[in-house]
Ligand binder design. Structure first.
Ligand SMILES: [Zn+2]
Ligand SMILES: [Zn+2]
Length: 309
């Protein structure tokens, strides 16, 4: 795997390149939730191979999401991997993913509970507009404007790896569900969903838009239909988002916002999601479903049920 990170191309494409990968998401998530920063600890927590972990950490460093900091390990110098300021902003993305899992799969036993410290209540994250303060904001409350060159996924091609070659990942209360990994598990899947939110409906348009091989596209669309994220194609051959797919909008909006801020590029490549009611570009925030206060990294914690702690 290449350890260089593209310096041009669309912000969205680079954002997907940086985080649209199952192991990358899990590595980041453990860094946030368990404060993991050492190679051996990720290995123990996630059970992935040394080469896979090393490649993902190199990718995270190249994308500006982790920095290597030496530490003394009984006289040997080793590196720890610390989240950068850019990576810390991904906290809301991970929280939005967690929220989507809670909404779309509410019956999973032993799921961690999010507590909002300010109000003391168990909460779900709700997407709001940081400009006008309105919440909730759904996909239907927004419009997307694309730059002339917003070919957002084209650059993801060189580093794409085959999926389903590795184990499916750890099974524990911290890990994402298989349904989530169907969507975020590789860059193609995330890119296809992003295109769906932009209004792409047809096989041929997805293919042209993403520069994706037909066999890969067929496979991912089939998986999305099976996961209940896309409806089966209509008689006109159109794939439309289901309710569950539409519920993924907060994750998408936060990913786009983060990518635009993290990997700024020429405006012709950019994509703007506009909040219809205030007409400003959406600045996505997550608010508490109980009290409406904004959720921040330091204003929430997770509790785990005794059965699995
Ligand atoms: Zn607004
Ligand atoms: Zn609250």
């Amino acid at each position: 795997m290449s350890t260089t990170f593209p310096q041009n191309g669309s912000a969205i494409g680079r954002g997907l390149l940086a985080v649209g990968d199952r192991w990358t998401l899990l590595i980041l998530q453990r860094a946030f939730v368990a404060h993991t920063r050492r190679f051996g600890d990720w290995r123990a927590q996630l059970g992935l191979s040394e080469s896979t972990l090393a490649a993902r950490l190199r990718g995270l460093v190249a994308a500006g999401l982790m920095e290597r900091v030496p530490y003394d390990d009984n006289g040997r110098t080793r590196d720890e991997y610390l989240l950068t300021a850019r990576a810390l902003q991904l906290w809301s993305l991970l929280l939005a993913i967690w929220g989507w899992e809670r909404i779309s799969m509410p019956d999973v036993p032993n799921a961690p509970v999010l507590v909002h410290n300010d109000c003391g209540s168990a909460a779900l994250p709700v997407l709001g507009c940081g400009v006008c303060g309105v919440s909730p904001v759904t996909a239907r409350d927004t419009s997307a404007e694309r730059g002339a060159k917003a070919e957002f996924a084209q650059i993801a091609v060189p580093r794409l790896h085959r999926r389903a070659q590795e184990s499916s990942g750890p099974i524990d209360p911290l890990s994402y569900y298989p349904q989530t990994m169907e969507i975020l598990g590789d860059r193609w899947s995330t890119a296809i969903l992003a295109a769906a939110f932009l209004g792409v409906r047809r096989f041929t348009t997805f293919k042209t838009e993403l520069g994706i091989a037909p066999s890969i596209l067929s496979d991912r669309l089939r998986r999305f239909v099976a996961a209940g994220v896309l409806h089966a194609p209509s008689d006109e051959g159109e794939y439309r988002l289901t309710r569950r797919g539409m519920d993924f909008f907060p994750v998408y909006a936060i990913l786009v916002d983060w990518a635009l801020r993290s990997y700024p590029t020429h405006s012709a490549h950019d994509l703007v999601i506009r909040h219809a009611s205030c007409a400003a570009p959406l600045r996505p925030i997550l608010v508490c479903s109980h009290c409406g206060g904004e959720l921040s990294r330091t204003s929430v914690h997770f509790t785990f049920s005794p059965a699995v702690s």
